[in-house]
Design a protein around this ligand. Structure first.
Ligand SMILES: Cc1ncc(COP(=O)(O)O)c(C=O)c1O
Length: 493
């Protein structure tokens, strides 16, 4: 056997970086949009970041200088915080996180600070929980479409396999017990049956932006208990729910399922999305299984949250008034932004999955595909990223089985950038229409035309009355918008 200089992990491509999901980020990095310095750059709509309430966090930090140990008000605590810490974490930090988790779930559940284990973001938390629950070669069921970086987090270093449970557009991508059973049975058949150790779900869902209803969640709890496998619930978007129905957490539902084996239930949490603090790398494993808590805690040595960060957050998260206001304001701003975006798209005839949570929505561009294939999806994605200059993520990178869906992140930009993005999409749609029109006039029958016409949702009429005033009105339009420069659009509106 040839000598291999690096490990199998280092040389494998199981990290999953070869995906348009990450390629889109690279395209953005090479040519990032800036309203004045680079108005024709790529707009980042592929990053699930919550930047809508950063002003509130900054204000809190300013008002509480003692919480930051590198200020003259905080320096008396510097030594205490900077010296050795063990992997249990500061008690006040665990207490504050448990309280936040309760609050983000509407106060309907209680969390025990002694079960709060920290890790480097939910990324680290998801990997740690895999290390605790499964051996290399074991498998986890993952309803699709799912978060693309699960390929890295769940399987790259652990050697765990992922088995998608395909959900369909026909029922709005809801997880059904029938689909779960079918995937479970199929995985156990054939010459190499999988050893299924569990199921991992995201609730609210990334990429769909929807929450699981109580009955579905109960069904999943029953499913794992029957099969004696684990249920990992990644609930890192729990406080991003911006309209009803409210979040139903597995922590609530497990109490309602008779005979539920609590040892099988684990929650993953993080401050990256709800609080918009991904750079602080705060991830949480909350398990109802004592052995898992104990093992995860030992493993957390590899991904501790720095005690400076714990110290700051212990103070911030236990400020009940601030947290209450933050969560309320955040969901208000998310709702407003979501409406602005999806309404703007609806007025262009583009529909999105009805969603109530998260930092993204699931856009249906099937009518724009030349044919209903993943090649056509990639072709469209390349046009969107290279010509329209928007980094949206194609459904194939979320392991969606139906081509034509794209995830659009809406909370990592300011209102002006939203306007520019909507105007670019609008110009693109109009250009497509014009192209179809010209070819038709020349007597060419386009497949595309049929696609457009067949879809009742996708109307290509852009009367100025039909378009949202707030997006359309010329005085509100950015001087950098591509729209005024487009003769096509000017001719139309
Ligand atoms: C479902 C899900 N889990 C985990 C993560 C990773 O989060 P963190 O930044 O806390 O590592 C993300 C980030 O987008 C996510 O969407």
């Amino acid at each position: 056997m040839p000598y291999q200089l690096l490990s199998k992990i280092a040389t494998s491509d199981r990290h999953g970086e070869n995906s348009p999901y990450f390629d889109g980020w690279k395209a953005y990095d090479k040519n990032p949009f800036h309203p004045t310095l680079n108005p024709d750059g790529v707009i980042q709509m592929g990053l699930a970041e919550n930047q809508l309430c950063f002003d509130l966090v900054e204000e809190w930090v300013r008002k509480n200088p003692e919480a930051s140990i590198c200020t003259s008000d905080g320096v008396p605590k510097f030594k205490d915080v900077a010296i050795f810490q063990d992997y249990h974490g500061l008690p006040e930090f665990r207490q504050a996180v448990a309280k936040l988790m309760e609050r983000a779930r509407g106060g309907k559940v209680k969390y025990d600070p002694d079960r709060v284990v920290m890790s480097g973001g939910a990324t680290g938390a998801n990997e740690t929980i895999m290390f605790c629950l499964a051996d290399p070669g074991d498998a986890f069921l993952v309803p699709s479409p799912y978060y693309p970086a699960f390929a890295r987090d769940l399987r790259w270093r652990t050697g765990v396999e992922m088995i998608p449970v395909h959900c369909k557009s026909s029922n709005n991508f809801q997880i059904t017990i029938e689909a779960m059973e079918a995937a479970y049975e199929k995985a156990q058949q054939g010459p190499n049956p999988s050893n299924i150790k569990g199921l991992i779900i995201t609730n609210p869902s990334n990429p769909l932006g929807t929450t699981l209803d109580r009955e579905t969640l109960k069904g999943l709890v029953r499913f794992v208990c029957e099969k004696n496998i684990h249920l990992v619930c990644d609930e890192i978007y729990s406080a991003t729910v911006f309209k009803p129905p409210h979040l139903v957490s597995v922590s609530e539902v497990m109490e309602e399922v008779g005979g539920c084996n609590r040892d099988l239930i684990h929650v993953v949490y993080s401050l990256s999305k709800d609080m918009g603090l991904p750079g602080l790398r705060v991830g949480i494993i909350y398990s109802y299984n004592d052995a898992v808590v104990s093992c995860a805690r030992k493993m957390s040595s590899f991904g501790l949250v720095s005690s400076q960060t714990q110290h700051l957050l212990a103070s911030m998260l236990s400020d009940e008034e601030f947290i209450g206001q933050f969560i309320r304001e955040s969901s208000k701003r998310l709702a407003k932004r979501h409406t602005l975006f999806t309404k703007g798209l609806a007025q262009m005839g583009i529909s999105c999955l009805d969603s109530n949570a998260g930092l993204f929505f699931w856009m249906d561009l099937r009518p724009l595909l030349k044919e209903q294939t993943f090649e056509a999806e990639m072709q469209l994605w390349r046009v969107i990223i290279n010509d329209v200059k928007l980094n949206v993520s194609p459904g194939s990178s979320f392991c969606c089985t139906e081509p034509g869906f794209f995830r659009v992140c809406f909370a990592d930009m300011d209102d002006h950038t939203v306007e520019v993005a909507l105007n670019r999409i609008r110009a693109f749609v109009l250009r497509e229409e014009q192209c179809v029109h010209n070819k038709n006039q020349a007597g060419t029958t386009l497949k595309k035309r049929r696609n457009w016409q067949n879809n009742v949702n996708l109307r290509l009429s852009f009367s100025s009355r039909g378009y949202d005033e707030s997006i359309q009105s010329p005085h509100k339009m950015s001087p950098h918008s591509p729209i005024p420069q487009s003769p096509l659009v000017q001719a139309k509106t």
